[in-house]
Design a protein around this ligand. Structure first.
Ligand code: GRF
Length: 209
């Protein structure tokens, strides 16, 4: 049984998709052991509470310095015996000590087809504003392993979504969330939980069940 920690900062719709897909059986061999947010007001924490999932706020603001926050986050993850860390709208830079300890066991959902519209400064609506400004006809979402870079780790899964005439950043964001993010993240977790994901020379292969 894969023990997940889902790291969140905001509304938690991706967390909700994971919760729903565990409850409806589309994700097997996995359980959410903890939801961790840097933002005590994150609605994602309410979603965890509503489903009886352990939730905690570990915020850099509550520590004298960043190193103490980094150690507290790592300590929580290790003590909870987490197998896979899932970043679902987590806006804090993942500490190097966490990346090292959980090498290739941290995944992130990014709301574009990496390597487009990703990296420093590309988060939330900014991603979709850039896509619309560029005039792309297709965007989408990517699930990837997290490494030391920003949105640079090996790509696990991607799903394309049409950009339509008249799209605003908000409309495009919603379409990508509904049609790509909320499908991809559960699918990636299920594939990892069932041993289907192989990483070799920075290239991921997802084998059939
Ligand atoms: C989503 O748009 C996701 O792509 C990005 O951050 C946002 C999180 O939304 N990583 P939510 O908190 O899961 O609703």
């Amino acid at each position: 049984m894969l023990k997940l920690a889902v790291l969140v900062s905001g509304g938690g719709t991706n967390l909700q998709a994971i919760i729903d897909n565990i409850e409806n059986g589309k994700i097997t061999n996995a359980t959410i052991a903890a939801v961790i947010s840097n933002n005590k007001n994150a609605y994602a924490l309410e979603r965890a509470k509503a489903h009886g999932i352990a939730q905690v706020c570990i915020s850099p603001k509550d520590f004298e310095n960043r190193a103490l926050f980094n150690e507290a986050l790592l300590d929580y993850l290790v003590k909870a015996q987490i197998d896979l860390i899932v970043l679902a709208g987590y806006l804090v830079v993942v500490p190097q000590i966490v990346i090292e300890r959980f090498r290739n066991r941290i995944i992130n959902i990014h709301p574009s087809l990496i390597p487009a519209f990703c990296g420093t400064g590309y988060y939330g609506l900014k991603v979709h504003e850039a896509a619309l400004k560029k005039g792309v006809k297709v965007s989408g979402a990517t699930v990837h392993f997290v490494d030391e870079g920003t949105d640079t780790g090996p790509i696990i899964m991607q799903k394309a979504v049409d950009v339509l005439p008249g799209d605003t950043p908000e409309i495009l964001q919603r379409r990508i969330m509904e049609n790509a993010e909320w499908v991809l993240l559960p699918a990636a977790i299920d594939a990892i939980a069932n041993g289907q994901v192989e990483l070799r020379d920075n290239i991921v292969t997802v084998h059939a069940k």
